[in-house]
Write a protein that binds this ligand. Sequence first.
Ligand SMILES: *Cc1c(COP(=O)(O)O)cnc(C)c1O
Length: 219
Amino acid sequence: MSISKNLQEIKSTLPDNVTLVAVSKTKPNEAILEAYHVGQRIFGENKVQELTDKYETLPKDIEWHMIGHLQSNKVKYIAPFVSLIHGVDSFKLLQEINKRAEQNNRVIDCLLQIHIAEEETKFGFNETEVIDLLNSIEFKALKNITIIGLMGMATFTDNKNQVKKEFTSLKQLFDKLSTFNFQLSTLSMGMSGDYQLAIECGSTMVRVGSSIFGERNYN
Ligand SMILES: *Cc1c(COP(=O)(O)O)cnc(C)c1O
């Protein structure tokens, strides 16, 4: 199967309200261009250096999403161009994004990462922390970021019921925040192995890598 075929096949199954982020981490520019040439414009990367290199060498109408864990000291490198940061998991990080966005005369869209998995290692806020954050005066003072939604990663397991339970809990939090007058449009959940289930549970943005580009080789 080719990248363009994989992409078109996945896209044909997505509801209109679901945005596809093509996760191109570890893949070369040629692979990204193959997807680009069949119309894909949104790509996700999880490493700042790789994201910056690809931004500099690929067409400028690509929207780059930072999907991985982001360290505060690296925000400055992506602040000039990044179109959405998925994994915001601390107020400190949000303050840094705001500061760097201001320096670049921009407002940067962000998603708050919510911890929904059983694994300890996955980053993110819990429900109380998010509600406290969104209600805080310090948060309301940040003028150069917009929280447009939430992001979550389910437990890495074959147990569909477990994954479904986690996605559903994230969707419930998303809906709850919307009733509190926080204007959220985007619920980023679902990857190659679970994006159909995520969409059934209310996802509006899926992050799909290996089903488009093939397995990754890390070396
Ligand atoms: C790598 C990655 C993905 C894509 O994973 P696939 O299983 O290859 O689709 C999605 N989200 C995040 C945060 C990732 O790091």
